[in-house]
Each structure stands twice: as structure tokens, then as C-alpha cells.
Write a protein that binds this ligand. Structure first.
Ligand code: PHB
Length: 397
């Protein structure tokens, strides 16, 4: 566990500024020098253990990489990172988020990967007003009915990639599908997206099969598939669970093509090996995307992390880019919330995935690509939906 990396006993931003003001009044030293010297504290609440560990690590590498590219400063302020391993455990989410906010006094919380943990972070950041940037977890409520002015997402809503896959499958003439997933928010919300995309294009989801997160005993589910008479099997799994699912699916020798949200084959093609060959997925990133940002990003990430970049790395990098845009706009004065959030909402970011912007509910707007796993790469074969925004239903921002 990375909890040991948390720094204890730091005074809050406001406490330090108060101290500096008092010292300045007393004529001890000028106030601006102290205010500028103080770093912006960024809490990274991510999984560094468990089935999503590599996802959390890639997000972290990419954030650190961007900050290093900017000489260690954003908006003229040094950045201090505090890491916390959330273990993808929703039951620990609230206490972990409050630990960062109340004890470590972070100015910004970047997190997390797991949708259940995100809901706990969301409660903590909306109560405290701490700026939060979501670098993965797709829980739809965060940018729908529960949206908040201090919460931005650079990754996706669970609905987006799965909706794209549903659209692509419907357009291809697929009539019947089954959705297979873990029984938690991300699985259910992606299933809803897949269903909506497929139904709008002439197909239907006849059944949903689930198992508990993060279990990997897929056999009882796979055994039901031949009896369903479906044209495709759609799935949401990610990280370690996705490795096992794709392997077990291939080993089961089913004749039905496997498709899904792109996380199914993202960052895991190496260990999946031949089992993943031909699996089609939809995601906001893929291999063979040609743009200057991606061409610079991939080798730089590989040099830092020792492995290829994936969507998680891109999402982390863009979380840092978004923070950089906000802090530049307010010249590091993170307490100028109105201008900080305005700049972030209006940001147009050159992402390795292509250009991105933000919807009214502060959700990323991006292309959803169709990809086919081919020789160890998720090769982009087309665009499922261009500039797809989440519906943002119920958000009043
Ligand atoms: C989620 O829980 O929202 C989640 C986790 C891993 C992914 C995607 C979504 O790859």
C-alpha cells in the first residue's frame, strides 16, 4: 500500500496564507514571496493495488510526466503530489478522500478509477468544495444529476464508449446481443449505453449476465451463452479481470464474436495474447491514431513508465493538462474559483486521443473509435460516433 507516502501535519493553504499575511504585517518579510513559494498540493487517490493497479500507475506516470514537461510548475506554482492507494474499495472511499482533503489539505484531488469509489470521493469533494478531476471512473451521476461546479472529468462517462459500440453493432446489422459484466455501477451503466446505441440502430440486448466485482469465475456465465441465440456478446471488464475474461472466452470456444467497451482489451493485450485476436471494441483512444500530440506522447510515456501508453495514461495526462490550463488562467491563484472553473470549462485540449472539449456538465466530449485487436494492437478501424457528449441528464450547471 502506498499510504505511507502521505505527508503528515502540513498546514492548510489558508493557514499558511494567514501566517504569511501576519508576518508581512509585522514587517518580517513581504507577503508575495511566501504566497508564490508555496506549492499547489495535488492528491492522487488511485488504485495502486488490486485488479486496477496498473490503471492507477499509468494515470500517475502520465500526470507526473506532464508536470515535468512544464518544469515542475503549473500556473507558476510548484506542484506537490500526495498519493493514496484507494485499493478500488468503495467502503474505504469516503475516509480516504477525507484523509486527503482534511488531513493533508490537498488543493486538488485527482481520482479515481473505480466508479463505486468515485461516488464516495464525489460526496467528499462536493461537501468541501475541493477541485476534483476524474481521470477514469465513469460513474454517470458525477456529470448528470449529481454534477458540481468543482468536478470535471477528462476520461469518459460509462455510457459513452459502450453507446458507441452499440451504435457500431446496430449499424452492422446485429439484432440480438447479451451484455456480460461485473455487478457494479460501471458494468450496469455501460450496459445501458450499449443497449441504447444498439436499440437506436435496430438491435436489442436480450439479457445481462453478471458476477460480483472483482470476481473472475466466468464459467457459469459463459455456459449460458450458447442457449441465448445471440449474434454478439458485449462485455465490460477492465484491468486484471479483462485479461481473465478474454482468455476464458477464447478457451470456451464459443462461436459468437466478443465485443465491448474498449477497456476489455486496453493495456492488457500482451497478457491476453492470441485470445484477444479479432476482438472489436469501442473507445476514445486506440493504436494508429495519427496526430502530433500522440506521436510525442507515446515515446515519452514509454521512456517514463517502461511500457506502452494506453487510454488510462491519456486520461491522466489530460487531467494534468486541464489543471495546467486552469492554473495558467488564474496565474496560480487557485482560490480564484470563478475564473479557474471558467477556464477549465472552456478548455480546448490537444489530447493524444485527438481534440477534446467539455460539455455543460463538465464531462469530456470526444470521438469514440471502433478498434480491432490485431497482432497485439487495438487498431483503429473507424469512428463509431464523432464528438460524443454524454447526455448530462439532470445536471443544472
Ligand atoms: C469504473 O469503475 O468506472 C471503471 C473502471 C475501469 C475501467 C473503466 C471504468 O477501465
Amino acid at each position: 500500500m502506498e499510504r505511507t507516502k502521505i505527508r503528515f501535519g502540513a498546514a492548510s493553504r489558508r493557514d499558511l496564507l494567514k501566517g504569511a499575511a501576519a508576518a508581512s504585517l509585522a514587517g518580517a518579510f513581504p507577503m508575495p514571496a511566501i504566497a508564490q513559494a508555496k506549492p499547489v498540493k495535488v492528491g492522487l487517490m488511485l488504485p495502486y493495488s488490486g485488479t486496477f493497479a496498473q490503471l492507477g500507475e499509468n494515470i500517475t506516470h502520465a500526470i507526473e510526466m506532464y508536470i515535468a514537461e512544464k518544469g515542475g510548475k503549473l500556473g507558476g506554482r510548484e506542484i506537490q503530489i500526495v498519493r493514496l492507494d484507494d485499493e478500488s474499495k468503495p467502503e474505504l472511499g469516503l475516509q480516504n478522500a477525507e484523509r486527503l482533503i482534511k488531513r493533508d489539505n490537498v488543493d486538488v484531488l485527482i481520482g479515481t478509477v473505480h466508479s463505486g469509489v468515485q461516488m464516495a470521493i464525489h460526496k467528499a469533494v462536493t461537501e468541501s468544495g475541493t477541485l476534483c478531476i476524474v481521470p477514469n471512473a465513469g460513474a454517470v451521476g458525477v456529470t448528470r444529476n449529481l454534477c458540481a461546479k468543482n468536478v470535471f472529468r477528462t476520461s469518459f462517462s460509462n455510457w459513452q464508449p459502450a453507446y458507441g459500440m452499440g451504435v457500431a453493432m446496430g449499424k452492422r446489422g446485429i439484432k440480438k446481443a447479451v451484455w456480460v459484466t461485473w455487478d457494479y455501477a460501471a458494468g450496469a451503466e455501460s450496459g445501458e449505453g450499449f443497449k441504447q446505441g444498439l436499440e437506436a440502430n435496430g438491435g436489442q440486448v436480450v439479457q445481462t449476465l453478471t458476477l460480483k466485482f472483482p470476481e473472475t469465475n466466468f464459467q457459469p456465465l459463459l455456459a449460458q451463452i450458447p442457449g441465448l441465440g445471440v449474434d454478439v456478446v458485449g462485455a465490460f471488464f477492465a484491468g486484471g479481470g479483462a485479461i481473465n475474461f478474454v482468455k476464458d472466452y477464447a478457451a470456451a470456444g464459443l462461436k459468437v464474436p466478443l465485443v465491448g467497451s474498449g477497456f476489455l482489451t486496453e493495456g492488457v493485450l500482451g497478457p491476453q495474447g492470441a485470445a484477444a485476436e479479432g476482438v472489436e471494441t469501442a473507445l476514445h483512444y486506440g493504436d494508429g491514431l495519427e496526430n502530433p500530440k500522440n506521436s510525442a506522447f507515446r515515446p515519452a510515456f514509454k521512456a517514463k513508465a517502461g511500457r506502452e501508453a494506453d487510454v488510462y495514461a491519456v486520461q491522466g495526462y489530460d487531467a494534468a493538462q486541464l489543471l495546467g490550463i486552469g492554473l495558467d488562467a488564474v496565474k496560480g491563484k487557485i482560490d480564484d474559483e470563478a475564473n479557474l472553473y471558467k477556464a477549465m470549462r472552456e478548455a480546448k485540449i490537444d489530447s493524444p486521443r485527438g481534440p477534446i472539449s467539455f460539455s455543460k456538465s463538465q464531462e469530456v466530449v470526444h470521438n469514440i473509435y471502433v478498434r480491432k485487436a490485431t497482432g497485439g494492437l487495438n487498431k483503429v478501424t473507424g469512428v463509431a460516433v464523432a464528438n460524443l457528449a454524454d447526455p448530462g441528464t439532470g445536471c443544472k450547471l
